[in-house]
Design a binder for this molecule. Structure first.
Ligand code: PLP
Length: 385
């Protein structure tokens, strides 16, 4: 479809093209010096001691769960208001995801109190997700984890460049996982990154990323190793050099692009408050410095979301839903992962949520167009006038 305002867009230019062509001409295509540079630059940016680039964000989550020892008989506490990969990654290990509710209809991240209510003797880890780039209550979550001796994984797919108390999201827990899928704040097409300060965990992750092998083709090419042993049941979750090259260029643009997202979000808030006051815009509280990954709004309770989204479509505006809750998916219901405790707030937020377009190349006039479209559509539905 030819949207007047698409949901998201990438910011690629001649620098990205040149970076990929440079790799192709170098004739070394997977996990070499470009990946090492990308990892070092991402580590310097986030402040993490170790960063390991991987094939995608889901692979990062899977490896994080494995490296922290999750397996059959274990439970990992997760939000349900997230992309399905967060919970799937737990299931790949044989562990059981246990869903905890969100904080409130204003702060849509996993609730520390709900986490605590889900803990049993089987709980091994807490896997949190910084929805839309807004921080979970990490001090409270780390305190719970310490008290119960649990590991903490951060799904920071939405939170590339978000900070809380001056510390980057993705570096608060034992392991942070980032995604560079095309709708993220920086992209490599497919791609992801692991971050940890723990030397032993970093080594375990490094080995699991490439078949459990003790050395890589790159090491052998460099003359650093002539053979290898296989010491773990690993995977091929490697990234290639073309993607790492894209990542290096995108990382350089990230801070200014996140600033632009902040400006657009502020403009949205002002315009929607005036033109569509019936919409609830979550994340009012001041908590850290978000990276403004997406622009979620909640429709008035009982409003027909399908009608709203169709109305926006007629105005040329693409919208989306973040997210249908994981515990309500057929495969999760069928396999019995229905959530142990009530997920009342998750279900209400998920029913009312609509995501409006947000991307750094978006123009101020496009934000105004979307806000006016929302006003028109709500008016036609009998709301905001
Ligand atoms: C919250 C969240 N977790 C995990 C993922 C999985 O990342 P990927 O698509 O890179 O595997 C995504 C995005 O796609 C996501 O939005």
């Amino acid at each position: 479809m030819n949207w007047r305002v698409p949901l998201a867009d990438i910011d690629f230019g001649p620098e990205e093209e040149a970076a990929v062509i440079g790799v192709l001409r170098s004739r070394w295509l997977s996990m070499g010096s470009v990946t090492q540079e990308f990892q070092q630059e991402f580590a310097a940016f986030t402040g993490a001691k170790h960063c390991l680039a991987v094939a995608n964000g889901t692979a990062a989550l899977h490896l994080a769960c494995l490296a922290l020892g999750a397996g059959p008989g274990d439970e990992v506490i997760v939000p349900s208001l997230t992309f399905v990969a967060t919970a799937n990654a737990v299931r790949y290990t044989g562990a059981v995801p246990v869903f905890a509710d969100i904080e409130s209809l204003d702060w849509l991240t996993i609730s520390p109190a709900a986490i605590e209510a889900c803990i049993t003797e089987r709980t091994r880890a807490i896997l949190v997700m910084h929805y839309a780039g807004f921080a979970c209550n990490m001090p409270a979550i780390l305190e719970i984890a310490r008290r119960h001796q649990l590991k903490v994984i951060e799904d920071a797919a939405h939170a590339i460049g978000s900070e809380l108390e001056g510390r980057m999201l993705g570096t608060w827990g034992d392991i942070g996982c980032y995604s560079f899928f095309p709708n993220k704040n920086m992209t490599t097409g497919e791609g992801g990154m692991l971050a940890t300060d723990d030397d032993a965990l970093a080594e375990r992750l490094r080995i699991l990323r490439s078949h459990g092998m003790t050395s890589l083709s790159w090491d052998r090419h460099q003359g650093r190793a002539s053979t290898y042993d296989v010491v773990d049941l690993g995977y091929n979750y490697r990234i290639d050099e073309m993607r790492s090259a894209l990542g290096r260029v995108q990382l350089k643009k990230l801070s200014s692009n996140n600033q632009r997202r902040k400006h657009l979000t502020t403009l949205y808030r002002e315009l929607l408050a005036e033109l569509a006051p019936d919409l609830h815009i979550p994340f009012h509280e001041r908590r850290g410095a978000p990276c403004y990954h997406i622009m979620p709004v909640l429709l008035p309770a009982g409003a027909d979301r399908f009608r709203f989204m169709e109305g926006m479509k007629a105005e040329g505006v693409q919208t989306s839903i973040h997210y249908p809750p994981v515990h309500q998916f057929h495969i999760y219901q069928q396999d019995g992962f229905r959530g142990r405790n009530a997920l009342t707030l998750t279900e209400e937020a998920a029913e009312r949520e609509v995501t409006l377009p947000l991307y750094p190349t978006m123009q101020d006039e496009q934000v105004e167009w979307v806000a006016r479209a929302a006003q028109n559509v709500l008016r036609a539905m009998g709301g905001s006038d």
